[in-house]
Ligand binder design. Structure first.
Ligand code: SF4
Ligand code: SF4
Length: 491
């Protein structure tokens, strides 16, 4: 058979596990990978995408059809070669190289799956959350920390001793962990600045620990704050701290922000957040923003993204997808509609941020995994990579359980999170170990969302975080379509 005229096939090599060059012996049949997905793009092009190893080959619709319609997922070498019109590239070799097909009888899918699962076994801790208090001066309608506290919960503030214990435990765990490039310490709450005296002492202790060589010099510090308590005194102290990021929670312009982020007396916090931000700016302290996506702002998210950049001059931004219990969803309305809208609005905002060179963390994590062709095992440090220090000295895997203390433990002198069963279980909580995810197009780019949300909504961390799933799948499909568009427009 001779190659067809007018074929428009493009081969991309994003595959991470390379195969040996193919030796064709006589008539051969090939199996289409069980991880192969078909994504329709513009100009009658279709991407064949291996959701496990991230290989992509773009074919025209006609060529893609033979794979789509192959009986039993089996195609012959002769059939594939009949569609190859590119003298330099061999379609069959590219499909094999990108793990989209493999010689019948080989176990390539199984071998790759097992190899990638094995990459998940590493024990490492790279993040410390210091929950400075469970008290907050705001009363945000959607807060999963404050609103889900048991009725008899006693609120508390972290003492300097507990903060030092947490930092020492982190330094020790870090010392036993390989491959942590940039350790992070995150001050969180409640509102951490409610307990600023201890925040200050902890910052001094971190600086001292770096000087003593117990913590690496490049350990970054982040303070997640609602911004309302920042004043000149606080800003002056923060100005002196190395490698510090301030993330201020802001949901958009005043009329949107105040809907969900009021004080306990119902008055909106926007004016005070902006005063706090201004105060940091006046004192030369950089700050970024963290915007929680909820039903109150999702419709206008793309305008809000523009507002952050054009009005506030934001250089970086992080979107948080709201964690919502099933009970709350029943009151608030259709989850699917909300999740789909959220996914689309994040993509619309990404297009704008890309033009402006702004980094939005939520989508960039997936973009980077997709472009670099690396497996994105987890979307959150809670999956075995972090220690959460509660205000009263308990240690846990995830701050979401601050109220119930599920997955928290009282540490004794021998406590080692790297060997503890909670961390062992959470380390493996990845789509790569979840049978529900095996056929999903987002298998290696999604990271599994928020296990706490899965537990809250569906009863176990091993269930799906269904709101996040819609975002993850929509994003990878968008990235593949975008790749088709970018590749064809550059040709
Ligand atoms: S499981 Fe969810 S709430 Fe817990 S650390 Fe991860 S993203 Fe945060
Ligand atoms: S968690 Fe959801 S989106 Fe991610 S791989 Fe599993 S099913 Fe797909």
């Amino acid at each position: 058979m001779t190659p067809r005229e007018g074929q428009n096939n493009i081969f991309l090599s994003l595959s991470i596990y390379q195969t040996k060059p193919l030796k064709k012996e006589g008539a051969m049949n090939f199996k289409i990978s069980e991880f192969c997905h078909f994504v329709n793009g513009k100009n009658n092009l279709v991407a064949l995408f291996n959701a496990l190893t991230l290989g992509v080959v773009i074919l025209d619709k006609e060529t893609a059809k033979i794979f789509r319609e192959a009986k039993g997922g089996i195609v012959s070498a002769e059939m594939i070669e009949s569609f190859c019109s590119n003298g330099e590239n061999d379609l069959l070799d590219q499909l094999v190289k990108n793990k989209l097909v493999f010689p019948l009888g080989q176990q390539v899918d199984l071998e790759d799956y097992t190899k990638i699962q094995a990459g998940l076994g590493y024990k490492r801790i790279g993040i410390l959350y210091l929950l400075m208090t469970d008290v907050c001066n705001l009363s945000c309608g959607y807060c999963f920390v404050e609103n889900l506290m048991p009725k008899n919960h006693t609120f508390s503030k972290m003492t300097p001793e507990v903060a030092r214990f947490g930092i020492d435990l982190f330094a020790e765990s870090l010392g036993k962990s390989d491959g942590i490039e940039e350790p992070q310490i995150i001050f969180y709450g409640g509102e951490p600045l409610v307990n600023f005296n201890v925040v200050r002492e902890a910052l001094e202790y971190i600086t001292k620990s770096k000087a003593d060589g117990r913590l690496p010099d490049n350990t970054s510090i982040t303070i997640n704050t609602n911004g309302t308590l920042i004043n000149d005194g606080i800003a002056t102290i923060l100005k002196k701290v190395d490698n510090l990021n301030i993330a201020i929670s802001l949901d958009g312009p005043k009329e949107i922000h105040d809907l969900c982020r009021p004080y306990h007396n119902g008055i909106g916090s926007y004016e005070d957040v902006m005063k706090g931000y201004q105060c940091l700016q006046n004192n030369g302290v950089d700050a970024g923003f963290c915007c929680t996506i909820n039903r109150h702002n999702v419709e206008q998210l793309d305008q809000i993204a523009r507002w952050f950049v054009d009005e506030l001059g934001a250089k970086s931004l992080g979107f948080n997808i709201l964690i919502e219990s099933r009970k709350a969803s029943k009151v608030r309305g259709d989850v699917k509609y909300y999740a789909e809208l959220t996914a689309q609005k994040i993509i619309d905002s990404f297009r704008f941020f890309r033009e402006k060179g702004i980094y939005e963390d939520r989508i960039m994590r997936k973009v980077n995994a997709f472009i670099d062709g690396h497996i994105y095992y987890h979307d959150c440090g809670g999956c075995g990579q972090q220690i959460v220090m509660s205000p009263n000295g308990m240690v846990g895997v995830c701050q979401g359980y601050l109220g119930t203390k599920k997955y928290f433990t009282n540490p004794d002198s021998k406590f080692d999170p790297l060997e503890h069963p909670f961390w062992e279980q959470w380390r493996h909580r990845s789509p790569l170990f979840m049978p529900q995810c095996k056929n999903c197009i987002a298998l290696s780019t999604c990271g599994g969302g928020c296990p706490y949300s899965a537990d809250l909504r569906n009863g176990s961390i091993w269930e799906l975080d269904d709101i996040f799933c819609i975002h993850a799948k929509t994003t990878v499909e968008f990235l593949i379509k975008d790749l088709i568009e970018q590749t064809t427009s550059s040709k």
